[in-house]
Design a protein. Structure first.
Length: 226
């Protein structure tokens, strides 16, 4: 089957209203089923180095298309991307995982944790305080530094509470998200090469997720251990 994701999302971005979606529901369902099949392949590959993900099903990972517009000034009803999050607990997890984002002109892969809640962020900072050298050494490896865009995510402008400004790893401690990402072209998504790139990127980034997971070993969310 020809990959329908980019063409569908391009058209959705230009026609982001319920009437168009209702008229093209078959196209949407085809695109979603295609993504679910792709996610199944990625899960199969991920389990080879992340066995804790084995219980996940594709539907556990793929986000819904509808936007939550209740508290948003942007009232467009649908997301103009399709995405999946591979983590213990699936897409609802607040812990570290692997992310696939498909969007015309803006697709990318990401690993780590994005905007964790305060208790989780506190534990991650404690781990950086204790073992920052390990994180720094990993991020400075040529296979990481030359492959990803560096550690990304919103950061505090000042030092977080309880940590001095001259802390050796203050740049990491200021982070509110801990992400490694890699862009994808529309062509890489359409021809399927992105799946190979995703598994390659995810395996390279696994030590970051291992570091973050170790920080959260005793933190629980609603679905169990993160």
């Amino acid at each position: 089957m020809e990959n329908p994701l980019i063409p569908f999302l391009q058209d959705l971005a230009e026609n982001n209203h319920k009437e168009w979606m209702d008229a093209h529901r078959r196209r949407y369902l085809q695109a979603r089923e295609f993504l679910l099949s792709e996610v199944a392949e990625l899960l199969h590959g991920l389990v080879s180095f992340e066995p804790m993900l084995e219980p996940l099903k594709p539907k556990d990972c793929v986000f819904r298309q509808n936007r939550d517009i209740r508290f948003s000034a942007d009232k467009r009803p649908y997301k103009t991307n399709m995405a999946a999050y591979f983590a213990v607990g699936g897409k609802k997890s607040t812990g570290p995982g692997y992310y696939l984002h498909v969007e015309p002109g803006g697709s990318f892969l990401a690993c780590g944790v994005w905007m964790p809640p305060a208790d989780v962020l506190k534990r991650i900072r404690q781990e950086i305080d204790y073992s920052g050298a390990e994180l720094d050494q990993f991020l400075r490896q040529p296979t990481i530094k030359g492959y990803f865009n560096g550690l990304e995510g919103d950061r505090l402008k000042t030092s977080p509470r309880d940590y001095p400004a001259d802390h050796p790893y203050i740049d990491y401690l200021r982070h509110k998200s801990f992400i490694l990402s890699k862009p994808l072209t529309d062509e890489q998504v359409s021809n399927g090469v992105y799946k190979m790139l995703a598994l390659q990127a995810f395996e390279r980034a696994k030590p970051l997720n291992d570091f973050l997971s170790r920080a959260l070993e005793d933190v629980e969310d609603g679905s169990g251990l993160i």
